[in-house]
Design a protein around this ligand. Structure first.
Ligand code: ACM
Length: 507
């Protein structure tokens, strides 16, 4: 039985198989040479074969060719015959996606780290036509609540690639830590990347701190390395600098950014906090200088500026005269003004602003893309107003929620209940959407908030297999068959075993 995840658009199984042998070669169009190199390296690791290059397709060759008749960037067409494998794609990205399918057609042992003997490297004869349903197929990792080592960020990016995801949303700053080196403002990491301790247990239990300092950050060299690593897998990184709330680590480093002038520390507890940036021109300039360095590091079109959970208490207390000066009526409008200033700045550098759905309150910045996290309401409103949206509803895509109702058998989580089946059953296009409105839904994304995920192993437990389901919702056609998905997933988990992923076992 084939067990492809995500399920391709069309798959026809045929008699026979292509066998990888020591003599199997790879032939690739020049534009696909980098992908051919990746394929040779991946196949070579498990098989121990060299996969020499040939210039033209012939017997016992895997051939990678550009096919201009394929219209979508990531689409591919795949023919496996007894004598050869033909992978045709519109682009290198399409070839890369097709190769994920090729790997999944091979025995799971192809995901082994070292050479494996005694395996028949058989690729069953098939004919596949495939393309993604959505252009934005993402996962977000919060590296602010708990710092995640660079090696793990790369491992996760590799796992996104395996599931044909193409966006890595990197949550880099929050109240509890600032994780990206900014040359102009060294205290952001010098002070902001470190907290004195971390709250123990669930925040509702109020159990005090653990007394253990926590921190870390990514240098600009680290970031360039990870951006290149993702690009080689045709994954775009969307960095997030969360503002004007969720900025306590920055305010701890530079108190002049805050509203009260008080010296505060990097936050040690979870929850929503009142400390917020002030709305002075100097602070706008500071944040735009930060974004300028961010844009230099991240070449992708989208820059995320957060915008969520900005508590307005301090603005109401300290920003009244600023609001009068700007002619804005209330704190919601001030937030809109703030976000608009960032949106204009990004647009002037040919980038697009993304924010959480709170950026709708007080009026949406022109051209802004909305991530609809508080259910689908925000996404519906934004799409109806002609804005692009990414569906990230907490109900279906918050993988920090519990995976079982028997929570005494689960590691501590933030709460709620989001089992695998619910992640799989998600339909991103709201019912009643016209074709025009649906066209504004760029795609979907799974969220890994790490308040209660102190280390990579724990992130893997929460992410998988729910991200496998999300990958299928994002890529495959909307028809659902959960039993069929689970049958494929059972075999797919063997691949994750070999990749050393500590997923949550199926019930
Ligand atoms: C969020 O969960 N605060 C976007």
């Amino acid at each position: 039985m084939l067990s492809l995840i995500p399920r391709p658009v069309s798959l026809v199984e045929k008699e026979g198989a292509f066998l990888l042998t020591r003599e199997t070669a790879i032939a690739a169009d020049s534009a696909l040479e980098p992908v051919a190199g990746q394929l040779a390296e991946t196949l070579g690791r498990a098989t121990g074969f060299a996969f020499e290059r040939k210039t033209a397709s012939a017997a016992n060759v895997i051939s990678l060719q550009i096919d201009d008749t394929l219209l979508r960037d990531e689409s591919y067409r795949f023919e496996v015959r007894d004598e050869c494998v033909d992978l045709k794609s519109a682009s290198a990205a399409g070839a890369f996606r097709g190769i994920q399918t090729l790997l999944q057609l091979l025995p799971p042992a192809v995901f082994s780290h070292g050479p494996r003997g005694n395996i028949e490297w058989r690729i069953p004869c098939v004919s596949i036509e495939d393309h993604p349903r959505f252009a934005w197929r993402g996962a977000m990792l919060d590296c602010a609540r708990h710092f995640m080592p660079k090696a793990f960020v790369k491992k996760l990016i590799d796992l996104l690639a395996l599931h044909k995801l193409n966006r890595f949303h990197w949550h880099l700053t929050d109240d509890q830590g600032w994780r990206i080196e900014i040359k102009k403002y060294p205290k952001l990491t010098g002070i902001g990347a470190w907290r004195r301790e971390t709250m123990r247990g669930h925040f509702a239990a109020n159990a005090g701190g653990d007394g253990i300092p926590h921190g870390g950050f990514y240098s600009q060299d680290d970031i360039r390395e990870i951006v290149a690593f993702a690009a080689a897998r045709h994954i775009e990184i969307v960095p997030e600098i969360d503002m004007p709330g969720h900025m306590q680590a920055a305010i701890a480093a530079y108190p002049e950014l805050g509203c009260t002038g008080e010296k505060i520390e990097v936050n040690t507890g979870w929850g929503i906090h009142e400390n917020i940036l002030n709305a002075n021109e100097t602070t706008i300039a500071f944040m735009q200088n930060v974004l300028a360095e961010v844009m230099e590091l991240f070449p992708g079109k989208f820059i995320h500026i957060g915008g969520d959970e900005a508590v307005k208490t301090q603005w109401n207390a300290h920003m009244q005269s600023r609001m009068r000066e700007l002619g804005v009526r209330d704190a919601d409008e001030l937030q809109s003004w703030f976000i608009r200033r960032m949106g204009e700045f990004l647009a002037s550098h040919n980038r697009r602003l993304v924010g959480w759905d709170e950026i709708l309150e007080g009026g949406l910045a022109p051209g802004a893309t909305v991530m609809s996290w508080r259910g689908s309401k925000g996404g519906i409103a934004a799409a109806r107003a002609g804005h692009d949206v990414v569906m990230t509803p907490n109900t279906h895509t918050y993988f920090d929620y519990y995976q079982s109702r028997e929570i005494e058998n689960e590691p501590l989580a933030i709460g709620s209940f989001l089992p695998l089946e619910k992640a799989y059953d998600f339909e991103p296009i709201p019912s009643g959407f016209s074709a025009d409105e649906a066209a504004h839904v760029l795609g979907i994304q799974g969220q890994l908030w790490t308040e209660y995920m102190p280390n990579p192993r724990h992130v893997e437990y929460m992410a998988f297999p729910r991200l496998c389901a999300l990958g299928e919702v994002a890529w495959s056609e909307p028809e659902k068959n959960y039993a069929d998905f689970c049958a494929r997933l059972r075999r797919h988990l063997k691949r994750l075993d070999l990749l050393g992923v500590k997923y949550r076992p199926l019930d």
